[in-house]
Design a protein around this ligand. Structure first.
Ligand code: 15L
Length: 271
C-alpha cells in the first residue's frame, strides 16, 4: 500500500495505543487524533492533533492532507442515546464529510460485533455467520455501529470512496473472558487486518469480521480473506485458562448470541 500519511482517530484509546507501534513503518506517518492528551509521540513517525470527533472544524483539520483514515474514535460501549448520537453518529459523519471535502479516498471504520449482536449461533445453522447479515444491534452502542456501517455505504455509493467496515470482535492483548475464545482478535492480527484494509484488494466497499483464526469462531472469515486478511493467531492458546471454570456450550446465553452479555445490558446505561 502507498499510505504515507494515515490518520488514526481515537488514537489514545485502547486500540489506538495497541496499534501505534504495529502500524509504524518506513515512509509512513501516523497522524494521531484524540480528545485526550498523547504525550509519547515519536516525532520521526507520528504527529498529534488534539480534538474531538464532535468538533467538525477539528475533524476537518485532522483529515486534511492524509491518504487514508482509520476511524477508531468514539464511544466503545453502551452509553446514553444523546452521547451515542453525538459522538458515534455525528462524529463519524463528520469524518466522512471531511474525507470527501479533502479528497481522501479511503476510510476504514471501526464497527463492532454489537451491530449484529442478536444473531445466534443456532440461526447461523452450522455455517459461519456471513458479513452481510442484516443489522441486529444489541443496544444503542451496537445500533450506532450499524449506523456507522450504513454511513460508509452511503459515502461509498455517493462519492466512490473506498470504505472498509471492520466488524470487530474483541481486540485486546488477550481474550478478555471465555467468550473471547471465539471473538478475540490479537494485536498482530488487528494490524494485519488494517494493512489489508489499506491495500488495493480492499478497494470498493467491504464489511469484514475482525477476529483471529480462532478454533471456536463462528463468524465468517471469507470477507476478510477477500481483501487479503490472513489471520495468524488463535485464541485457543488461552483455552485451558478460561475453560477451567466454564463449560463451552452454545446453549450458554453468553456464547449463543454474537453480542454475548451486551444483549442483556440495560439500554442507554453507561457500562
Ligand atoms: C466492543 O464493541 C467493545 O468496544 C469492546 O470493549 C468489547 O466489549 C468488544 O466489543 C467485545 O464484544 O468483546
Amino acid at each position: 500500500d502507498t499510505t504515507s500519511r494515515l490518520l488514526i482517530t481515537g488514537a489514545a484509546g485502547n486500540m489506538g495505543k495497541m496499534l501505534r507501534p504495529l502500524l509504524r513503518k518506513p515512509g509512513r506517518t501516523l497522524r494521531l487524533f484524540d480528545i485526550a492528551d498523547i504525550t509519547d509521540i515519536d516525532p520521526g513517525h507520528e504527529e498529534y492533533v488534539q480534538g474531538s470527533v464532535t468538533d467538525r472544524a477539528a475533524v476537518a483539520a485532522a483529515v486534511e492532507g492524509v491518504d487514508a483514515v482509520l476511524h477508531l474514535g468514539g464511544l466503545s460501549t453502551e452509553d446514553s442515546w444523546e452521547n451515542i448520537l453525538s459522538v458515534n453518529v455525528d462524529g463519524t459523519q463528520a469524518v466522512f464529510e471531511a474525507a470527501v471535502a479533502h479528497g481522501v479516498t479511503r476510510v476504514i471504520a471501526a464497527s463492532s460485533n454489537h451491530a449484529v449482536g442478536f444473531w445466534t449461533h443456532a440461526e447461523a445453522g452450522g455455517d459461519p455467520l456471513p458479513g452481510d447479515v442484516p443489522p441486529r444491534p444489541d443496544g444503542f452502542y451496537g445500533w450506532s455501529k450499524a449506523a456507522v456501517e450504513a454511513l460508509g455505504r452511503l459515502y461509498h455509493d455517493r462519492f466512490g470512496i473506498d470504505v472498509v467496515n471492520l466488524r470487530i470482535g474483541s481486540s485486546f492483548d488477550r481474550p478478555p473472558n471465555y467468550r473471547g475464545l471465539a471473538s478475540w482478535m490479537s494485536p498482530a492480527d488487528t494490524a494485519r487486518l488494517i494493512e489489508a484494509a489499506l491495500s488495493d484488494s480492499a478497494k470498493g466497499f467491504h464489511t469484514v469480521w475482525g477476529i483471529s483464526r480462532n478454533t471456536r469462531s463462528w463468524w465468517s472469515a471469507a470477507e476478510g480473506a477477500a481483501i487479503g486478511y490472513e489471520p495468524q493467531d488463535d485464541a485457543e492458546v488461552f483455552a485451558d485458562e478460561f475453560l477451567a471454570d466454564h463449560e463451552w456450550s452454545f446453549d450458554d446465553p453468553i456464547l449463543q448470541r454474537v453480542g454475548g452479555a451486551f444483549c442483556d445490558h440495560p439500554l442507554g446505561q453507561r457500562m
